[in-house]
Design a protein. Structure first.
Length: 177
């Protein structure tokens, strides 16, 4: 992991707090009403896109996912599904590092579409882990459906993250250098 400055740690803390609080407060209500995992993924990947754009440091998404998992376990001890989101955060971190932050967060269409695609793929990974290990699905079709639902949430969350960073950049609010 690269060396994090105070500003980077602050960005991780802010994004983790945002994701954790909204996840603990809103996600259970949405799940009870709809039985769809969209909101969890939306919150997760909007936060991860924002923190990676903000810091442009390897490890920031993983640290955000770890902090959110710990906070969620403290507040809701039976929330083992967060292990799937932790794995997805690590995967998102690794892939964004491999592609390169300059390519992802340039003003090009490629960067925006790649970021949304990475969010979708990472959310599908979370869905595969959660559906296989924590939801007690017995058929591959049920797991695949759950993976698809998480992927849709990742797509929406990635799009919201890209829109958010585009809005910040349009207002000349840049990440710390």
């Amino acid at each position: 992991m690269t060396r994090m400055r105070t500003q980077d740690a602050t960005a991780v803390a802010v994004c983790a707090a945002l994701w954790a609080v909204l996840n603990v407060l809103l996600s259970p209500v949405f799940w009870q009403l709809m039985h769809m995992p969209f909101l969890c993924d939306l919150l997760a990947f909007a936060s991860l896109v924002l923190v990676v754009w903000w810091t442009r440091k390897f490890g920031s998404a993983s640290m955000t996912g770890l902090i959110v998992a710990v906070l969620t376990f403290i507040i809701r001890p039976g929330s083992f599904y967060m292990l799937g989101f932790l794995a997805a955060s690590i995967a998102f971190d690794l892939i964004t590092k491999a592609i390169g932050y300059a390519r992802l967060f340039s003003k090009s269409l490629f960067g925006s579409l790649s970021t949304i695609a990475l969010s979708t793929i990472s959310a599908a990974l979370a869905g595969a882990i959660i559906g296989s290990f924590f939801m007690s699905f017995t058929t591959p079709i049920a797991v695949a459906t759950f993976v698809g639902l998480h992927a849709v949430g990742g797509l929406i969350g990635g799009a919201i993250g890209v829109i958010t960073i585009s809005a910040l950049a349009a207002r000349q609010i840049a990440p710390y250098k």
